[in-house]
Design a protein around this ligand. Structure first.
Ligand code: ATP
Ligand code: MG
Length: 285
């Protein structure tokens, strides 16, 4: 369910209070019991019901009556809390159109200090298993690993952008809140949607950026024509949550896969003379 700007703007302070309480209580309860929620929010029974009704209408909360009356916050509610946090901090002032929604993220255009992109990470149970396998890290949300996994994924991307943006062509990170990364907006398109006039130059520029990132300790891990953006002049590498560092046990194969993807795309589509061995040597050399 995509986030609706009006729904977030119109949230009443009691509704924010309920979402914040659910976020906290979901560490302990699979379904947060109604009386515990009442105690935490200090709202009257009728106010609580009225506000929960609003939140459920907007698909931010769901309820269950078995085995007892209880509530859970769902992804849209978590996204709303993250956006609310960024608005309070001043990094976002209004939400614009949805640029893309996929398995693991929803990206919006928005206004902040200039035009920004908002990336809400949405990692579910299945992808979480992968995150857990590659990290010796345990969830703090026993019942809701998606909260942990999505927040963790956002943090990973924000950390990479922070470390890289001075030297590598990536979006500049502006803010992070829960599963949301706010970054500068790129006025371009993924290369898969572009017809490149200068494919050799674009390829060389991507390789140069991959090499710089590698020497700063970052291997992208999902490099493809979908995660490279162009505007006719510049090139950007986007989508960094799955980065690994060059000492990681799978670093070698991950880098090789990234470079193979890159070379395959440029040589098949544009007949660029892109040898995997030479490109790899250029990156690590
Ligand atoms: N900083 C940005 N500026 C402008 N557009 C962006 C920016 N970041 C991402 N986008 C747009 O959003 C799309 C998805 O972004 P990204 O690749 O980071 O997410 P993703 O994890 O691949 O999402 P999905 O789950 O849809 O595959 C990009 O293809 C691009 O069109
Ligand atoms: Mg992507």
């Amino acid at each position: 369910m995509p986030l609706c700007a009006d729904d977030v703007r119109d949230l009443h302070r009691f509704e924010i209070k309920i979402l914040l309480s659910l976020e906290r209580l979901m560490k302990r309860y699979r379904w947060v019991p109604e009386d515990v929620l009442r105690h935490q929010t200090k709202l009257s029974e009728s106010e609580l019901h009225y506000r929960l009704g609003h939140l459920m209408e907007r698909d931010m909360v769901k309820s269950s009556s078995v085995p007892y009356k209880g509530y859970q916050m769902v992804f849209t509610g978590f996204d709303a809390l993250a956006l609310h946090g960024a608005v309070r901090k001043g990094s976002v002032s209004s939400l614009g159109c949805l640029l893309g929604v996929g398995k693991e993220a929803a990206v919006y255009e928005a206004m902040g200090m200039g035009v920004v992109a908002l990336k809400f990470h949405r990692i579910g149970q299945q992808s979480f298993q992968t995150v857990r396998r590659s990290r010796t890290y345990m969830p703090q949300y026993k019942h809701f690993p998606w909260i942990f996994a999505s927040t963790y994924s956002a943090r990973q991307e924000y950390d990479a952008l922070t470390a890289l943006h001075a030297d590598v062509s990536v979006p500049v990170p502006v803010d992070i809140n829960r599963n949301l990364v706010v970054m500068t907006f790129i006025h371009g398109v993924p290369i898969v949607q572009a017809t490149l006039e200068n494919p050799d130059d674009v390829f060389a520029s991507v390789v140069e950026n991959v090499a710089k990132a590698y020497h700063l300790g970052y291997i992208h891990g999902d490099l493809s024509e979908f995660n490279i953006m162009v505007d006719g002049k510049d090139v950007w590498l986007i989508d960094w949550p799955q980065w690994i560092d060059p000492t990681h046990p799978t670093a070698e194969e991950t880098l090789l896969r990234d470079i193979t993807n890159l070379c395959t795309y440029f040589s098949r589509k544009y007949r660029v003379d892109a040898s995997v061995e030479e490109t790899l040597a250029q990156v690590v050399g």
